[in-house]
Design a protein around this ligand. Structure first.
Ligand code: PXP
Length: 248
């Protein structure tokens, strides 16, 4: 079954931010991705603005406005305004992406490394999920493959979950992914049964996607780090072709 490929452009922004100016341009790379057939663009504007900035989100919103591809913005919905960072929900309000992927990471984290514990975050998330849905934004929650937590995600009104694939990718690199992949398959099957769509992301690459692409009911993957590294080796156009071949 085909599923969507959303390219995460954080690492292009990280490279740009290592110098003054706008090179490499996030927008030009988004255009390249879109022209070469990807299904969506993902960004994760963090409060410290170390890669994607709020202004990138606005420019991407304009670029994607008349295009069929999906705009997905990830982040911690509890990140409030400080300094030039307007707050995650304000970015979403301004950009109105097709999908918001809510992630329980702290600003200081190197990268997202766990899903929500909805026994703790469920109640404060409820009004946020309702607000985003009232803006016609699809809400996806970053989750570990845990049946009870997935049930709570449904109860909260999420449309989709994004399964955190970091531990799967690590196990795959050690040739030891059978058990964890089984857990992901069971979680995905359960999510689908109770009416949640299933996305996945983190540390996915051309190698481990050969297995992960068989996840039942998979609707979308978002890939950034490995995609950027592969683009250095193969060029971006050829890298997109390689990933699309796995997704179709
Ligand atoms: N999903 C979430 C929630 C993320 O935070 C990230 C990294 O920004 C990804 C997916 C993509 O992970 P990677 O860059 O390892 O492909």
């Amino acid at each position: 079954m085909a599923f969507a490929l959303s390219i995460n452009l954080n690492k292009i922004a990280l490279l740009r931010n290592s110098r003054e100016g706008n090179y490499p341009s996030v927008i030009e790379h988004a255009k390249l991705c879109l022209e070469n057939g990807v299904d969506g663009i993902t960004v994760h504007p963090r409060p410290d603005q170390r890669h994607i900035r709020p202004s990138d989100c606005l420019e991407l919103k304009t670029l994607l406005a008349d295009k069929p591809q999906e705009f997905n913005i990830e982040g911690n919905p509890f990140e409030a305004k400080h300094g030039t960072y307007p707050g995650f929900i304000e970015i979403i309000r301004e950009c109105k992406p097709e999908q918001a992927t809510l992630v329980p990471d702290q600003g200081s984290q190197l990268t997202s490394d766990h899903g929500f514990d909805l026994n703790v975050s469920g109640q404060p998330l409820e009004s946020i999920v309702n607000k985003l849905k009232s803006w016609n934004i699809r809400v996806s929650l970053f989750m570990d493959p845990d049946r009870e937590q997935i049930r709570l995600a449904k109860e909260l009104g999420a449309d989709r979950i994004e399964l955190y694939t970091g531990p799967f990718a690590h196990a795959y690199s050690l040739n030891d992914a059978d058990d964890i992949f089984k857990k992901h398959c069971e979680a995905a099957q359960y999510a689908t049964e109770i009416g949640l769509g299933v996305n996945a992301g983190h540390d996915l690459n051309l190698d481990n996607m050969k297995l992960y692409k068989t996840l039942p009911g998979l609707l979308e993957v978002s890939i950034g780090h490995a995609f950027t590294v592969d683009s250095l080796q193969y060029g971006m156009k050829s890298t997109i072709e390689r990933y699309l071949e796995l997704c179709r």
